[in-house]
Design a protein around this ligand. Structure first.
Ligand SMILES: *Cc1c(COP(=O)(O)O)cnc(C)c1O
Length: 468
């Protein structure tokens, strides 16, 4: 549904905030003297006194045929028009203003939907993971009042977000306890604060990474008042390095998965299962949020395996390979998770009901992220051929990547519709926006991350962009 600022305004101010429609504003000014309800009636009163506003409501199809809406995706146009027709029905909008108001709402929408044809599965600039249809449904259902902290059976208060937490625990058998926070960074902050404020976090120099856009893990950790005890070198760290650093000041050993780069050559690091033999809790930041091993991503650590290897705690993101909403996962030893869950800071990092709803539903089925990763290249080729034929483009073999979310060494064979480079901007500015990538003077629309049910919308967007 379209966001609608109407609900932010009190009835008396609705019409006045509508500066773009002088007729409506004038009627409300008039009606203002007699009260808001009369003011609203004044808007439709133009049709003649006593005219039922519902009789003046145009048909959706008639409005959709308006040439001013021809560049807008049908489904989005329909949704936007319906909202405005509802306003006409309530007498808040003159029928002739439906199209301008719908266009206004579509363009006013702060964030616009984008078809991700970049070939980057988890694109930070495009909001990382796209939610599954089940997760979207769950968000909509939870948007009103919901039993997030209430047991409907007994009528008593219940554990916040217990359905999501139970689902996560069930999905990662070796986790004694689980907790959800705002994002991966929040999970790390809580662990560092709760287990190492005023103490030391022992960590390899090769794992003090920058995640992106200037976000550096060491800065985040030190901001909590914990001190970093760096061990080893950039390329090599041994078990002896860790052992020598341990002492009474140790809070925990931290192992960070460098999720956006990899090292080759004269390198060595200490596997989790060896670290857990040392005399300190081992916290593993796996980053990507894989809950169980995926053969497609052999070097990507997963929560279940790392916990089985003896990690005390695992932290991860919800909107990377897990394919859910932005969230931070904290899994592992019950005593530690419980201590952290009760820490005063936990309240500042807690997730809202929409995240809890989306997260629980995400665990129920395949996510768009999983589907993009696992789509067979032949299926992509068939789709590309059909679209290329419809729009006069060419078929190009490409390589897609996982992106900021992990697995930097993995290359995913893929296929794209190749188009003239100068279509890139009109496609980005279309509705829905289509973002591809420009390579060697061509625009490539890589289908690996475009859900199949969007092929029609993509084709229509290209036709519109080319016709401009
Ligand atoms: C992405 C990532 C983070 C940060 O997670 P956010 O959910 O973006 O806050 C931390 N550590 C690693 C290893 C990561 O890959």
């Amino acid at each position: 549904m379209e966001p609608d600022a109407r609900w932010l305004a009190t009835p008396a101010t609705r019409g006045n905030s509508d500066r773009r429609r002088p007729a409506a504003a004038a009627s409300v000014t008039f009606g203002g003297r007699a009260g808001p309800s009369k003011g609203a009636a004044g808007v439709t009163g133009k049709g003649g006194p006593g005219l039922d506003p519902r009789r003046a409501v145009p048909r959706t199809d008639t409005v959709l045929a308006d040439p001013r809406l021809k560049d807008v995706d049908r489904a989005r146009a329909k949704a936007a028009v319906r909202v405005q027709l509802e306003r006409v029905r309530r007498g808040e909008l003159p029928p002739q203003d439906v199209v301008p108001a719908a266009l206004d709402a579509l363009h006013r929408a702060g964030m616009r939907p984008v078809l991700n044809a970049t070939g980057v599965v988890l694109h930070t600039n495009l909001g990382r993971a796209a939610l599954s249809p089940a997760a979207v449904e769950a968000v909509v259902a939870a948007a009103g009042h919901t039993d997030v902290e209430l047991d409907l059976d007994s009528g008593r208060r219940a554990g916040r977000g217990r359905a999501a937490l139970d689902a996560l625990k069930a999905a990662v058998a070796p986790a004694q306890a689980v907790h959800l926070l705002n994002n991966g960074a929040a999970a790390l902050v809580l662990v560092a604060t709760g287990l190492a404020a005023g103490k030391e976090i022992v960590v390899s120099r090769g794992e003090l990474v920058e995640i992106g856009d200037g976000f550096r893990l060491p800065d985040l950790l030190e901001s909590t008042g914990a001190r970093l005890r760096e061990v080893g070198t950039t390329n090599r760290t041994s078990l002896a390095d860790y052992r020598a650093a341990l002492g009474p000041r140790t809070g925990f050993i931290l192992k960070v998965h460098p999720s956006n780069f990899y090292q080759r050559g004269f390198v060595s690091s200490v596997p989790v299962r060896q670290l857990t033999r040392l005399d300190a809790p081992v916290v593993v930041d796996i980053g990507s949020g894989l809950l169980a091993a995926d053969p497609l991503l052999p070097d990507e650590p997963d929560a279940a395996t790392v916990l089985r290897e003896g990690a005390a705690l695992v932290t991860a993101s919800g909107d990377k390979l897990l394919g859910g909403p932005q969230a931070g996962l904290l899994l592992g030893r019950a005593d530690l998770v419980d201590t952290l869950r009760r820490h005063p800071l936990a309240r500042a990092l807690r997730v809202d009901k929409l995240t809890l709803a989306a997260f629980e539903a995400t665990l129920r089925g395949p996510t768009p992220t999983w589907q993009a990763l696992h789509a067979p290249v032949d299926a992509l080729r068939g789709r590309v051929e059909r679209i290329a034929q419809a729009v006069g483009g060419e078929v190009a073999d490409t390589v897609a990547v996982v992106g900021g979310g992990g697995a930097p060494e993995v290359e995913l064979p893929s296929v794209a519709v190749a188009l003239p480079e100068d279509l890139a901007r009109p496609l980005r500015l279309g509705d829905p926006a289509v973002v591809g990538r420009v390579e060697h003077g061509r625009l490539l629309l890589d289908l690996r991350c475009v859900p199949e049910d969007q092929d029609k919308a993509l084709t229509a967007a290209v036709v519109r962009a080319a016709g401009r």
